[in-house]
Design a binder for this molecule. Structure first.
Ligand code: NAD
Length: 280
């Protein structure tokens, strides 16, 4: 050990010691589900916006041309570079075509984010074979298609973020969705291990009970308030809370973090003193 401090160099030579925004200048980020699908926005839209604000050019992959165009127009109006690619993420060939088109337009891929997902609340034995298959296509296989076609274009320093859900811990209603999200997390861990030797990281953000496009469809204000109270911090999260975590996982700030599932959920479910089992 060097005991004499007068011989030390002040230990701030690591790039992270002086790192500052913008975090993604000159980079290209692909955001699947990055369309602006409603007045609340979605997680994908918020990710696309934050990547843009950090200097990246954005490839918006979405099946809804109008939603994709809204994101692109917003980013361009803010001085950024973005392009829409209309694609059904549940179709492997379509995803392959979209990634080829992204490469033709931008010439590189540095960041990949997948925000495709959703599901119903059927129980495991109430759901149909078709609904089960669709849950897997939408929440799991779409991410695999995206990673498998994008990864070959990525180089050292690249990062991917998959959007999971607290439903991965669920045991009741909506199990096909929860099972697909659990598998999605496993996909992230496996892809991370596979791509680590190439210096490419893959992580998951597990979304808690946020208020956003997904939740805003068909929830009453009363249900919304119960949801807020069920969060440990008693504060409702939103798309930006999720996207900010996704941004961290996409930049050099998290250069030594891979294969992880980061829960962004206000501390999870509120702890309640239930007394003895059965007591109020
Ligand atoms: N909002 C929540 O409460 C919540 C909670 C837990 C998890 N999540 C997860 O967050 C993610 C995003 O949810 P959101 O509420 O922001 O959704 P959103 O509806 O705002 O965004 C989804 C976008 O993906 C597009 N899309 C859907 N299916 C597609 C397909 N097959 N191909 C191409 N594009 C497609 C839609 O057009 C839309 O623009 C999902 O993975 C969801 O499971 C959300």
């Amino acid at each position: 050990m060097s005991a004499d401090p007068s011989t030390w160099e002040f230990p701030v030579t690591d790039p992270l010691a002086s790192a500052a925004p913008p975090w993604l200048p000159g980079k290209v980020a692909v955001v699947a589900g990055g369309g602006l699908s409603g007045p609340e926005g979605g997680v994908g839209f918020a990710l696309a916006w934050l990547y843009h604000r950090q200097g990246a050019a954005i490839a918006v992959l979405d099946r809804d041309p109008a939603a994709a165009a809204r994101t692109v127009e917003g980013i361009r109006a803010d001085g950024g570079d973005a392009e829409a690619f209309v694609v059904d993420m549940t179709d492997d060939d379509d995803v392959a075509r979209a990634i080829a088109a992204v490469m033709a337009r931008f010439g590189r891929i540095d960041v990949v984010a997948d925000s495709i997902g959703g599901g119903g609340i059927e129980g495991i034995f109430e759901t149909t074979v078709a609904a089960w298959d669709f849950a897997m296509e939408l929440n799991l296989k779409s991410a695999w298609y995206l990673l498998r076609h994008a990864q070959s274009h990525m180089t050292r320093g690249g990062a991917a973020v998959l959007v999971s859900s607290g439903a991965a811990e669920g045991r009741g209603p909506g199990l096909p969705y929860g099972i697909a999200k659990t598998a999605l997390e496993k996909l992230a861990v496996g892809a991370a291990a596979t791509l680590a030797p190439r210096g490419i990281r893959v992580n998951c953000v597990r979304v808690g009970m946020i208020w956003g496009a997904f939740a805003a469809k068909g929830m009453s204000q009363e249900q919304r308030e119960i949801r807020r109270q069920n969060v440990a911090m008693q504060v409702e999260g939103n798309n930006w809370d999720i996207a900010a975590a996704g941004l961290f996982l996409s930049t050099e700030a998290s250069r030594w973090v891979t294969g992880q599932v980061l829960s962004v959920d206000g501390g999870g479910m509120a702890l309640r003193n239930m007394g003895q089992a059965g007591a109020k």
